[in-house]
Design a protein around this ligand. Structure first.
Ligand SMILES: [Fe+2]
Length: 197
């Protein structure tokens, strides 16, 4: 069963400070491209020549490398879109309460998320880390670099230039604030409620 392209959960012009043009390119071209390529790779893997597999170069290795790139590109973009479309105000719920415990305050969590998003070349990913049961902000320089095994992503900021250059040029800080103004924290609370069970 091929992976399907999910619709945006909000209208393309629904975000404050992130334009319909950016959302259209981001969803219809870039995100859709990851899903399409993932399906192509899945198909190619069915008949790939395993006998010539090598770590220096082999078609099989190329497929396996791009499999994780496109799978993680799909997964992270779906999370990014799913958790936008709100008013940015933290609502009471299991995620917000856990963050206050783990970071000491909501403000400390947001400060760390902003710092992480400014430092990342790809993604800031807020995740539940089962190693010690805490929520952390992880940095990934590419879709498939920087993931922590076993952790469950709950919220993310796409830090690639394609997410903000049309609207903000090189002013990533202004874009990060725009994302914060549009987060649907109810959606993040709901994701964490499933993990907490
Ligand atoms: Fe993106």
């Amino acid at each position: 069963m091929p992976f399907s392209i999910k619709d945006l959960p909000w209208g393309k012009d629904a975000l404050k400070g992130i334009s319909a043009k950016t959302n259209e390119i981001h969803h219809d071209k870039l995100y859709a491209g990851y899903v399409t390529k993932r399906n192509e790779i899945e198909e190619a893997l069915k008949t790939a020549d395993r006998s010539k597999s090598a770590a220096t170069y082999s078609p099989y290795r190329a497929l396996k490398l791009e499999e994780t790139f496109n799978a993680d590109g799909q997964i992270l973009h779906e999370l990014y879109f799913e958790t936008l479309g709100g008013d940015g105000k933290p609502t009471d719920g299991p995620f917000v309460r856990k963050v206050r415990l783990d970071f000491g305050s909501w403000e400390a969590f947001v400060e760390d998320a902003i710092a992480c998003a400014k430092a990342a070349r790809g993604w800031m990913i807020t995740a539940y880390d089962p190693t010690d049961g805490k929520i952390r902000n992880f940095l990934a320089d590419a879709h498939n670099h920087g993931g922590v095994w076993g952790s469950v992503p709950l919220w993310t900021i796409d830090c690639y230039e394609h997410a903000y250059f049309i609207d903000y040029g090189s002013d990533r800080k202004a874009y990060i604030q725009a994302v914060l103004n549009n987060v649907n924290w109810d959606a993040v609370n709901a994701r964490f409620a499933v993990v907490a069970k």
